[in-house]
Design a protein around this ligand. Structure first.
Ligand SMILES: NC(=O)c1ccc[n+]([C@@H]2O[C@H](COP(=O)([O-])OP(=O)(O)OC[C@H]3O[C@@H](n4cnc5c(N)ncnc54)[C@H](OP(=O)(O)O)[C@@H]3O)[C@@H](O)[C@H]2O)c1
Length: 288
């Protein structure tokens, strides 16, 4: 099997490297070719367009920012859809709107009816991507899942198959809805304690010892206290996912006031902090 991997950003970079580490024959494409240097050195073949990737690979994985990035890869003369024929498997691992995932599935089936499709968004950030310990949520054609599971295991520690699309997209958005609210809670607590004049480290110690202690409080709490906003999960992607959660809540008539509030806070600092880590929500709260 030849795997094609498109999108070598924060996550895709390490996911593709883990496939290579496991001896997979890999074709790669990224809009910015520079980011493929390491992969080429390790044996990957860089192809000049998504169309070429589709032609020369059996399974094609996408790990891109959002639905706009996905459509710029799939559509057009040099796009992935142009190169599809036969029983190829397309796996979108980017987090995108559930509706767009369904649209993508339809586009693929219209262009190449025997192609198979999975959506497979991931949970876990830069470090789990590097360590191959992501949680991968897959939904779509079962045959595609059976043929791809070995590759998912090279990138993840837990793989969940959820049957029809867009169930995996739904679950991923719910995960990030909870994560975004939790991130906001930590940032607000640290902001208030700073104004009062309570030592940041005391707040850190109590939240990491109490009943609701969690690994995100440990990691992001320390980063905020150290003023370290190096990007693991970009602020802009957290805002994108909270926006999906707000839309889904409306669609399914779920009352989600906390989700709307934290989404609005992320929007407030978007232009300034979009490329920093999601914990820069702390800077939005403290920006004069
Ligand atoms: N980072 C995380 O912690 C994390 C965790 C779980 C899920 N996710 C999700 O995984 C996906 C990727 O995240 P990431 O953090 O790896 O993002 P990223 O570092 O911003 O990388 C985005 C990728 O998309 C490509 N891209 C963006 N716009 C494009 C366009 N118009 N045309 C072609 N290619 C385009 C970029 O190409 P260039 O290199 O040329 O810019 C890059 O390869 C997102 O959907 C995100 O929500 C991220």
């Amino acid at each position: 099997m030849k795997i094609g991997f498109i999108g070598l950003g924060i996550m895709g970079n390490f996911m593709a490297l883990n496939l290579l580490k496991n001896g997979v024959m890999l074709n790669v494409y990224n809009r910015t070719k520079e980011k493929a240097k390491e992969h080429i050195k390790k044996g990957a073949i860089f192809l000049d367009s998504p169309k070429e990737i589709a032609k020369k690979s059996d399974i094609i994985m996408l790990m891109l920012s959002d639905s706009k990035a996905v459509s710029s890869i799939t559509d057009g003369y040099e796009g992935l859809l142009e190169g599809l024929d036969g029983e190829k498997i397309i796996i979108n691992m980017s987090t995108i709107e559930p509706d767009y995932s369904v649209e993508l599935y339809k586009k693929i089936k219209i262009k190449s009816p025997s192609s198979l499709f999975l959506e497979a968004p991931v949970i876990g950030s830069k470090i789990p991507a590097k360590e191959g310990s992501l949680i991968i949520l897959a939904a779509g054609d079962k045959k595609a899942y059976d043929l791809s599971a070995d590759y998912f295991n090279m990138m993840g520690k837990m793989i969940i198959y959820l049957d029809n699309i867009p169930k995996a997209s739904y679950l991923k958005i719910i995960n990030n809805q909870i994560m975004g609210i939790t991130m906001g809670a930590l940032a607000e607590g640290l902001s208030l304690s700073k104004k009062i004049g309570i030592d940041d480290n005391a707040v850190y110690d109590i939240v990491n010892s109490g009943a609701f202690a969690n690994s995100m409080f440990q990691l992001k709490g320390k980063n905020i206290i150290d003023g370290n906003y190096e990007t693991n999960f970009p602020y802009k992607h957290m805002q994108k996912d909270l926006n999906f959660a707000v839309k889904l809540s409306g669609e399914f008539k779920a009352f989600s006031p906390l989700t709307s509030a934290i989404n609005n806070s992320y929007i407030l600092g978007y232009d300034k902090f979009k490329d920093e880590d999601m914990c820069a929500i702390y800077k939005t709260l403290n920006f004069d």
